[in-house]
Design a protein around this ligand. Sequence first.
Ligand SMILES: [Zn+2]
Length: 299
Amino acid sequence: MIKEKTKFGVAGFPINFFSSQYGKKRENIFKWLEEIGLDCLELQCTYGIKMKEEQAKLYRELANQHNITLTIHAPYYISLASQKQEVCERSKLEIKKAFDLAKVLGVKRIIFHPGAGYGKTDEDRKNGLQQLITALNSIKDELDTTNIKIYPEIGGKVNQLGSLDEIIEICKKVDYARPCIDLAHLHARELGSMTSENKIIEVLKKLEKELGRKILEETHFHVYPVDFTDKGEKIHKAFGDKKEEITLFEVDNEYMPKAKDYINAIKKMNLHPITICEAHNTQDIGAKLMKNLYYEKTY
Ligand SMILES: [Zn+2]
């Protein structure tokens, strides 16, 4: 069996695309990504699934033509753990819409945030997680889960649903769920945990132990440096951005997680994942940096 190629790509349309010669037409993104040597585009449907079928068909064709793998980031307002019944029901509809769009686009991965809205206590949190799991299982028969998988993403804020353990729990209980490990979110919500290659390897090993090698191999990654407060994620940064102060938990003045720590970790674990960069205004540059680091020692 041929191993999947390790792929690197961007979240949304980078500003460098708009300022390039291709930037006048959105559908030129595929040609542009191929030319700069990237492999994927995560479509940000974060404010709703609104793409027309005709456009989706065009995107599918262009993505094929230029060897770009497409993924979908589902709307932010999806909240399957909400205490409001109508919000949960509406969220299920959004997931179905995302699956319908994925089918037209030829997308195999839909990323979503487990979200907020589950209440304040630990008990609420547990109930919220359970409700989310039940909701995903309740719509399974209406979705093409053979070809398309849903990826709950690590949440960036301390109070958000979506700790590493919660993502693992969802993936254990929902057979069409796979982890989306946003390493920056994990770093931020754990107040500075992804400070070295070994810390990242620990996460990968935990996924392998809890979910098995196959699911580890299907795990989706978001990687970029981040700034955070005691509440978690504050703002996305660019690779190489320097901090003015070094906090107690961090070992130098660069924002983390670092590209080289991540790349070394996936290489040591012999993984070939899809990695999406969400670095601030430089997601294309960050993705290319990681790709170069990845292939540097191989060839
Ligand atoms: Zn996200």
